[in-house]
Design a protein around this ligand. Structure first.
Ligand code: ADP
Ligand code: MG
Length: 696
């Protein structure tokens, strides 16, 4: 079914007349017309014939050709939803939501009815749903309840080229299903041309190529390496805005914080440009962006104005935003990095691959010729950039997948049919961690704790912390903390001109130096006491939206607690059990104080510092536990709580021995056992008082 490459450039005039006609038609008719202009439309019949004939098919098509939004609709129209659902997986949550929203519009149905989406902590589907967009991670979880995916007639594993961990694992699982369910159809779709690898893996299945429309893109490099790519990106954007003809701009940045900072600077700088220069509409898009704001990025730009999209990697291939003519590519993305030797992971800003750079540039040439400004030198592109991004499975912590696979009864992980095998060392590390977490016994079999942990759609360290809270009789508090941790770093606001106020407000939740985890709990509890008041959030520089999300997540965690038969018990007066429960999951993330604010992780020594945003940044407690490690200018531990080193022997006897604990820190280690009991005087943490209102 190899379709010949077919050149079809837009006939502009025809398109203009067409769009003029369309204005009188209803919105739905308009969308139906638009559907027919997508490159994939010319391949509709060929595609349906191929699906009919073959069980497994690889589909390759340029970003924006209509794979994600159209193919499931074609299959639905052809009757594939009569005996089951069509599932379509996406590596990113925003893509799953926004594509489902688009498809429901095109079909003129309410989102959540015939077309729905499912992402972690958010299920927008119903009995009626026959087309389901979901994250790859969610489908992986569905296997736990439905190991043969019996309710699906077709599955499209989309964005296969992204090679996320969950997608790679899905490959192995769905390949198996295809073998014993002849009625099951499997589509693997990818935006890059290396489809042969997928085809080979799926028993040499056929490949269908959908040629896209591509316009020439001029690529510009900088002459010198840029000291600050954010500054350089903003300067380039402003220059384009002032000197280049109309057309929208897209800047690829590494994360929410950077995007928000850039948006702020751009806003300030364009205010001073005067009325002669057109309006610059700033549209951020990143994973945690609230749904209401996501739609804004797709709105057509009014004439005379220019849109500037500040995006993470998400806009590389997952989302297509029409009208982009200028791309600014600083050449970086944020990536999880993992050291399989030590099991340490951190978030790190990393140079992208050549393949990514090409995808980014391609975003500018979709509707007309474009320009791509690469903020790195041509030499650097040639010599420093890898050809392809390393698949996630080879650079991440595998504990979560190993736990899922164990729950599915797949024990022999070394012989699992991986498309690219993870390093054996990584698998062993994951097994070791799960053993230390008591999720597996010494034979590598799932324990009751492991089964309970697997019920929670969380990282095993977080789910262990929740399961342990049953034992420490503080599950009520611990699920609040887990929910707050799950909303990410978007709880505390820090507006530009009010930083001191915001920092003071934030420190108040830390009263008694209780640590960042307990501070999050304080925020949650106080908010709850105000009956979930939005005004209270504003007064305290707390992001109300994040709090609402935390509340949703908490409700789900509470339900799951019931499912694994852990009682909801509150113990607000004693912090020690809460901290011990946290330590039961996060014991691999413990560091002890050295000198001058420097810390060293206990088991596999590595230097780190407490992140300046932490309430304990100026306290330097002798032994701390952290939620995550971020690498910026230094290794920073983010979200930190003081613990006692000796607890580690209790909560993780298979991970720590006395020698680790003895060498760590001074006052709270076992070396001083018998000395003055530090809990009595440190941080006032024995009793826990809810701080009362304080900001006038
Ligand atoms: P592909 O999966 O091949 O990259 P898509 O099916 O995602 O392509 O996109 C096809 C078209 O639908 C594009 O022109 C894109 O702009 C449009 N589109 C997709 N999602 C949305 C959305 N949420 N809002 C508006 N337009 C969208
Ligand atoms: Mg797509």
């Amino acid at each position: 079914v190899k379709a010949s490459a077919n050149e079809f450039d837009d006939d502009l005039q025809a398109q203009q007349t067409r769009s003029f006609d369309l204005q009188v038609k209803s919105n739905l008719e308009k969308l139906q017309e638009e559907r027919k202009t997508l490159p994939v439309f010319s391949y509709r019949d060929e595609l349906l014939r191929a699906v009919e004939k073959y069980q497994v098919l690889v589909i390759v098509g340029e970003t924006g050709s209509g794979k994600t939004t159209q193919i499931p609709q074609y299959l639905h129209e052809a009757g594939y939803t009569k005996h089951g659902k069509i599932g379509c997986t996406q590596p990113r949550r925003v893509a799953a939501m926004s594509v489902a929203a688009r498809v429901s519009q095109e079909m003129g149905v309410k989102l959540g009815h015939e077309v729905g989406y499912s992402i972690r902590f958010e299920d927008c589907t119903s009995e009626k749903t026959v087309m389901k967009y979901m994250t790859d991670g969610m489908l992986l979880r569905e296997f736990l309840g439905e190991p043969d995916l019996a309710s699906y007639s077709v599955l499209m594993v989309d964005e296969a080229h992204e090679r996320t961990l969950s997608t790679d694992i899905l490959f192995g699982l769905v390949k198996d299903i295809a073998r014993f369910r002849p009625d099951f159809k499997l589509l693997i779709s990818s935006a890059t041309l290396d489809a042969k690898k997928f085809s080979d893996y799926f028993d040499y299945c056929p490949i269908l190529y959908i040629p896209g429309r591509r316009h020439p893109v001029d690529i510009f490099y900088t002459k010198e390496p840029q000291a600050d790519y954010l500054d350089a990106a903003i300067a380039t954007a402003l220059q384009i805005h002032v000197t280049e003809p109309s057309g929208d701009i897209m800047i690829f940045l590494t994360g929410q914080e950077e995007i928000e900072a850039a948006a702020e600077v751009l806003k300030q700088k364009t205010e001073g440009l005067g009325t002669k220069i057109g309006e610059l509409i700033i549209c951020p898009i990143f994973a945690n962006l609230p749904t209401e704001l996501q739609a804004k990025v797709f709105e057509p730009t009014p004439s005379g104005a220019r849109k500037i999209v500040l995006a993470t990697n998400i806009a590389e291939t997952s989302l297509t935003i029409d009208g982009i003519k200028y791309v600014i590519d600083p050449g970086f993305c944020k990536m999880k990095s993992y050291n399989p030797r030590t099991g340490m992971e951190s978030l790190q800003v990393t140079p992208i691959s050549k393949a990514s750079a090409r995808q980014r540039a391609g975003r500018s040439g979709r509707t007309s010729p474009g320009k791509c400004f690469r903020l790195y030198t041509s030499y650097s592109y040639q010599h420093d950039f890898e050809d392809n991004t390393i698949p996630e499975i080879q650079r991440t912590n595998l504990a979560n997948v190993v736990l899922t696979l164990k729950c599915l009864g797949i024990h022999d992980l070394l012989h699992f049919d991986f498309i690219d095998a993870p390093p054996t060392e990584g698998l062993i590390k994951a097994l070791e961690l799960l053993f230390a977490l008591a999720a597996l016994n010494k034979f590598g079999e799932l324990t009751k704790v492991g089964r309970q942990m697997a019920e929670f759609p969380l990282d095993p360290k977080l789910s262990k912390m929740i399961v342990a809270s049953g034992k420490y009789k503080c599950s009520d508090e611990v699920i609040s903390i887990a929910a707050m941790l799950s909303v990410g770093n978007s709880v505390f606001l820090r507006p530009k001109n009010k930083q001191t106020y915001a920092d003071n407000a934030r420190m108040w939740f830390q009263t008694g130096n209780v640590g960042d985890h307990i501070a999050l709990l304080n925020v949650y509890n106080e908010w709850k006491e105000t009956n979930y008041s939005t005004e209270w959030c504003a007064e305290n520089y707390i992001q109300a939206r994040s709090m609402k999300r935390a509340r949703d997540i908490r409700e789900q965690l509470e339900r799951l607690l019931g499912r694994v038969e852990i009682e909801l018990i509150s113990n607000p007066d004693d912090l020690t059990p809460i901290k011990k429960a946290i330590a039961s999951g996060f014991f691999p993330h413990v560091a002890s104080s050295m000198k001058n604010g420097r810390y060293r992780t206990i088991k596999y020594p590595q230097t780190a510092y407490i992140h300046p945003s932490s309430g304990l940044a100026r306290e330097s407690p002798s032994c701390v536990l952290y939620h995550e490690m971020v690498l910026t200018t230094r290794e920073y531990m983010r979200c930190v709580t003081e613990i006692e080193a000796k607890w580690l022997l209790d909560v993780a006897p298979h991970y720590y021995q006395v020698k680790h604990v003895k060498n760590s820190g001074s006052k709270s280690s076992l070396a001083e056992e018998g000395g003055p009991n530090r809990t009595d005087n440190f941080l006032g943490s024995k009793t826990f008082h809810l701080p009362t209102r304080r900001l006038q």
